[in-house]
Design a protein around this ligand. Sequence first.
Ligand code: GDP
Ligand code: GDP
Length: 455
Amino acid sequence: AAEEGFDIEDVEGAIEAAGHGPLPVLAVVGRPNVGKSTLVNRMIGRREAVVEDRPGVTRDRVTYEAEWAGRRFKVVDTGGWEQDVLGIDASVAAQAEYAIEAADAVVFVVDAKVGATDTDEAVVRLLRKAGKPVVLCANKVDGPSGEADAAYLWNLGLGEPHPVSALHGRGTGDMLDAVLEVLPDAPEQSFGTAIGGPRRVALIGRPNVGKSSLLNKVAGEERVVVNELAGTTRDPVDELIELGGKTWKFVDTAGIRKRVHLQQGADYYASLRTAAAVEKAEVAVVLIDASESISVQDQRIITMAVEAGRAMVIAFNKWDTLDEERRYYLEREIETELGQVAWAPRVNVSARTGRHMEKLVPAIETALAGWETRVPTGRLNAFLGELVSAHPHPVRGGKQPRILFGTQAGTKPPRFVLFASGFIEAGYRRFIERRLREEFGFEGTPIHISVRVRE
Ligand code: GDP
Ligand code: GDP
């Protein structure tokens, strides 16, 4: 590395930064208007605007990356609020339930000026039941005179209330320090800890694509009755299902089963649930209704899985209803709408007739294998060397940027760091990704490539 002009410490640092595993997840929960979104904005440093939501407004984005004191984590923001659809208690409870489910630790925000309400008490019961670490944020303590209000919140029985002004930043640092103390380094259900345990699958897709039907079909006769499998904790919302001779953990299936109070077009809850399921899963099976045009919502769900870095399979359901004409148009739509995820294995199924159910497992296994692929550094550099000499980067300003060497910094999904002598253009990066896929497979997995340029 040194003779290529890179400092060995730079190289090691870059590899470590790129190779981080899945990040721990922090959920921010609480009643509407206590200041959750304001607090999340502060945590993510306003790098991504969290739009103030009005009831009924769809919001897809619920997880953000944050960093404090050099540690990175994900924040699940539950600021999206649909008071009109559900009663206040039901809404807060549902929102908190999904978020807590997905989280490794929780910040519970209470408006210290108002004090603890019945709804707050209801959330406290949920938090107790979940047993996850909780940091109590007594918000809207804008000055020293508010400290007494915060102290009242000891009554909630959640330990020390941290007086905070999310609006002005007062106390947020101390509170985040407390968060980092209870937040694990890696997600609770850390990948690969339960070796030989069931792989975790999230079945996701917009409403009415057939998720519950599919689940019933595959689980129907073979629902696993044993509650305790070696090395697994049985979560009430997860379901162990025997498929293709193996046991799989379908995460968050309680969310798939219809909940009466969540049926009325609660888009926001659908997004939150999808995000929660994806966080908990290793592989996402995205279900699409093949009888209808591929929609923006389908694409957003796919994007969520890709951004979360999960392995992915796309299943086109309701195949039993397709005529020749629709099949023709579907092929065209797949080319135009799903070009970005052409790497995802596709299966054409019918939850109604059971068509091609047996193809689901091989597709999932292919995706997981791609997700875990590790290319030895020697092979990677032999490949890069040939690639760069056969297809050099275009000359820019009389200089020719060159990829000097590279390494795979991590898996799940595969992450690469390439070291270059100059700025590598987006087109050339895409070309390298395409060639990497051709050479090494990576079917069913997103791959990350970061490029370091020699100073
Ligand atoms: P959410 O519904 O819980 O996400 O709450 P928001 O973050 O949207 O905040 C609700 C209102 O409370 C907004 O008008 C905020 O400006 C205000 N707010 C949030 N944090 C504070 C704070 O620390 N002090 C004061 N005085 N107001 C705040
Ligand atoms: P979910 O909202 O994604 O869980 O979707 P459901 O499983 O509730 O299915 C929505 C509707 O589509 C129901 O009326 C199902 O009977 C129907 N459906 C689901 N899968 C299929 C399929 O493979 N073929 C046909 N023709 N209908 C299906």
